[in-house]
Design a protein around this ligand. Structure first.
Ligand SMILES: *Cc1c(COP(=O)(O)O)cnc(C)c1O
Length: 428
């Protein structure tokens, strides 16, 4: 499609956009009395208008039913988490039994490593990407030390080539082959948080298995953003937070995927609690643990219902729209943003370098842009003008126009504000 950098053209794209009505289903913060242009749905998604009602429902049930709410609330609490499995399974390409909601992301990765990082003999190394999200680095390092190994030896990082912004699949595969029978686990972020690069999860998972390792994915930046087929790719485990693209609210519960081949296994190590116990017999308070025959066996505590309510509200919208429609709009709006950036680049002295892959199959919603010659004052200028972006030192902005609520006109408007900000600075 031939794009134009004009308000009329952007408005025309909004008119043709089948998802445009969903913008009104979210609450936008305001700056100078106007809705912000929100580019940080990859960090904290906006609040769906339905979220409040879902929370109020729980508060009301708690007030009116108290403990009886566990069984007699309209959305009973004892099995509240089960309302997620079908819908979440559709978001991540899984069988509903393979998906559960519990705890938070880093906690879940630790718990999943109890099952899937079991170093022994020669096989004790973990392969991950260099400069992984810090929480993942701390998590992996502490796991390795917990098992008595030295992180310098036991953690093998996949590197980018000098001068390149993204990882090459061939380099990931070569590293897996090189570590070979020393590799216990491959654990990578499915979408890189810094560049927005999407890893070839199917190919890498297969290579990890060929080397005899378990393969897990941190899907913090992938869930609700890209097409996932966790079952088909035969991934062993995965976890994601829900507050980024999935709009569930700050610090909210994490989703987990555990491949069905590990369900009903007696010999799999796992940290257990009563919410993983056979649900028909949970309240008989029997001494011996009987695992649920699903991913729910990994649950430990009873679910934080108040937190899960907005997640459920958001998930119902995902289910109504479906990932294919979100991805179709995503591709178009990200391509339009990319085009606008290139157009603005022609009019200013500083230069933009988009470090996110140009290929739509290798990226999701996020464009990470090096603003050569610009500094943090530009970021502040954008904030003052009601454009919320994410700034990473030295001078990278991450722009993620979430397809649920961002408009094409936002992209045009952003381009104008950006240009103004750079030109004004160049004048002084
Ligand atoms: C956002 C993010 C996290 C956050 O972890 P929490 O446990 O939810 O605080 C972890 N890993 C990655 C890759 C992330 O992008």
């Amino acid at each position: 499609m031939q794009f134009e950098n004009s308000r009329e053209f952007a408005r025309q794209l909004d008119k043709e956009d089948k998802l445009s009505k969903y913008r009104n289903e979210f609450i936008f913060p305001k700056v100078n009395g106007k809705d912000v242009i929100y580019f940080v749905g990859n960090s904290l998604g906006l609040q769906p208008k339905t979220a409040q009602r879902y929370v109020d429902e729980i508060m009301k049930d708690w007030a009116e039913l108290a403990v009886e709410g566990h069984f007699y609330a309209e959305k009973s609490w004892w099995d509240y988490h089960e309302r997620f499995s079908q819908k979440l399974a559709r978001v991540v390409g899984a069988n509903p039994a393979e998906v559960t909601v519990m705890n938070t992301l880093t906690v879940n990765l630790h718990l999943l490593m109890v099952s899937f990082y079991r170093p022994s003999g020669k096989r004790y190394k973990i392969i991950c990407e260099e400069k992984a999200f810090p929480s993942d680095q701390y998590m992996i390092s502490s796991q390795v030390r917990f098992h008595g190994y030295d992180p310098k030896d036991a953690i093998v990082e996949i590197k980018k080539r000098d001068g390149e912004n993204n990882f090459r699949t061939e380099d990931v595969l070569a590293k897996i082959e090189e570590v070979g029978e020393e590799c216990a686990l491959v654990l990578i972020g499915g979408v890189n948080y810094y560049t927005g690069q999407v890893f070839d999860m199917a190919t890498i998972t297969k290579a990890g298995h060929d080397a005899g390792a378990f393969v897990g994915w941190d899907l913090a930046h992938a869930a609700g953003n890209i097409e996932l087929k966790l079952s088909e790719w035969n991934v062993d485990f995965a976890a994601w937070c829900s507050y980024k693209y999935m709009n569930s609210g700050p610090g909210n519960a994490s989703g987990c995927f555990i491949n069905k081949k590990y369900h009903n296994k007696k010999d799999i190590p796992r940290f257990e609690g009563w919410w993983g116990h056979n649900k028909e017999r949970r309240f008989l308070m029997e001494p011996e643990f009987q695992p649920e025959p699903t991913a729910d066996a990994w649950q430990i505590s009873n679910a934080p219902i108040l937190a899960m309510a907005p997640y459920l509200a958001s998930l119902e919208m995902f289910d109504e729209v479906g990932m294919p429609a979100l991805i179709e709009k995503r591709n178009k709006i990200v391509a339009y943003l990319e085009y606008v950036l290139h157009e603005i680049d022609k009019d200013v002295d500083s230069s933009f370098e988009i470090i996110t892959p140009a290929d739509q199959d290798k990226r999701g919603t996020q464009l990470s842009v090096f603003l050569h010659g610009e500094g943090k004052e530009l970021f502040r200028y954008l904030m003052d003008q009601g454009v919320i972006t994410d700034w990473r030192e030295p001078n990278v902005i991450r722009l993620a126009p979430a397809p649920f609520y961002c408009s094409f006109e936002d992209m045009y408007e952003f381009g104008q504000i950006l240009k103004e900000g750079i030109l004004n600075k160049q004048k002084v």
